[in-house]
Structures are given as structure tokens and as C-alpha cells.
Design a protein around this ligand. Sequence first.
Ligand code: ZN
Ligand code: FE
Length: 255
Amino acid sequence: MAANSLPVTPVPALKDNYVWMFPTGPDRQAAVDPGAAAPVLRVLERTGAGLSHILITHHHHDHIGGVAELVRRTGARVVGAAADSDRLPPLASAVADGQILTLGTVTGRVLTVPGHTMGHVAYLVGDALFCGDTLFSAGCGRLFEGSPEQMWTSLTRLRALPDATRVCCAHEYTLTNLEFVGTLWPDDPDLQALFAAAAARADRDVPTLPTLLGQEKRHNPFLRCDDPALAKRLGQAGQSPTMVFAHLRELRNRH
Ligand code: ZN
Ligand code: FE
């Protein structure tokens, strides 16, 4: 971890969600996508910190279920997409693509990443990317609202960030995703090593996240839909990246 790395903590919530927390100043924290309030309140109690901000990536209940209670108990400022404000909790800060956020002592930037939902946004805070249900380790979110083309475009936006970006996904799906990727490349020793490492962590109930974007660029097939080798492996040689992506997402849905 680089010296100027943002300290991030994945707080398990609900079935397999993570609420990511990070400091915004002395005795202040922010929480991303609090699907439940209790796990966040426990962290605040243990650390004696207040909650300065809540960042929301999208409107699904497992990402906003704890917002109302947290606002009531802490007075945190809620940040979310202006474009989705009609289905998000009341926003203190309604944001749009490219907007720079000041969160206490740290700065962030908003990236719109439609696909999983139309209003989905990601937040880049220092070297940490809070990408909700858009990018997972070895996977990506389901297309509930957007088209394959929109999701592929969103994923290429995230892929353009530096390799050292730490990807803070909202779900612990790594093992299932790697299992699926392993069906595409059954003999890849790198993938086998990643799977073994993730399985060892899961056994001890240790989060597999954050993952490094550089690693995802190498091993996450959803970030490689413009790689002819992947297209060929999927029997999609010569197809557009969007078609390859749609095909791959379909295979994953059926896995
Ligand atoms: Zn979702
Ligand atoms: Fe989710």
C-alpha cells in the first residue's frame, strides 16, 4: 500500500455486501452504500468517530437501506447522483459526472457508470474506487437497466484509471466470479493461484477486497472484451467488444 493510500475498511453488511468506510478527518468517517445502519454504527461506536458523509452509488435497497437511520443518528451529508434523485434518499449533495467532491480532508471525483442501473455512479477518492455494483473482482454487475453497450462503456471508463487504483466493490462475489472465469481458462495457473488465495480468505472470513485495478485488467474478462484472444475463446472472433461483452454476461448469468 502506497504511503498516500486512502485507508479503507470493508464493513460486512446484509448477506454479502460491504459498506466501505474511510476517514474524512480526525474523528470523522464516510460510509459508502450503507445497506444497513447497525454495522456502521458499531464501527463509529468502537472508533469514537462521527459520520461526516454517506456516498451512494445507486438506488438498490442493499445500498441505501441504512441511510435514513444513519442520517437521523449522525447528521451525515448524503451524496448521490442528481440524475437519480427521485429514487434515492434526500441528497445534501446531488452530483453529476466529473464533479469534484470535498469530503472533509479528502477529495473525490464522480464518474457516471450506467449499466447495472441507469443512474449508477462511482466515486474515486484518492487511490480508492468505490464502484458499487458496476465492477467486481473477476466480474461485473448484472444489467438491470442499461444495455450491454452502456455497461461496456462504463467498464472501459473504469479501466482507464491507473493500475494502482484499489477497487472497492460493494459485494463479496470474488470466489463465484473466479469459479466462472476458471471455466473459460481451466488451465491458467495465475487464475488457479487467484482462486486459491480467494478461497483461503473466504475460509477465514477475510474480505478478498479491495482488489487492484491492474490485476483486474489482466484477469477480469469483463474488462477485456476488446481483446481478440478473449473473443476467440468465446467463439466470438471478429465480433464487436459490445457483442463479446453481451455474450460473456449471458454466460455468467447462466453459470
Ligand atoms: Zn445493485
Ligand atoms: Fe448490490
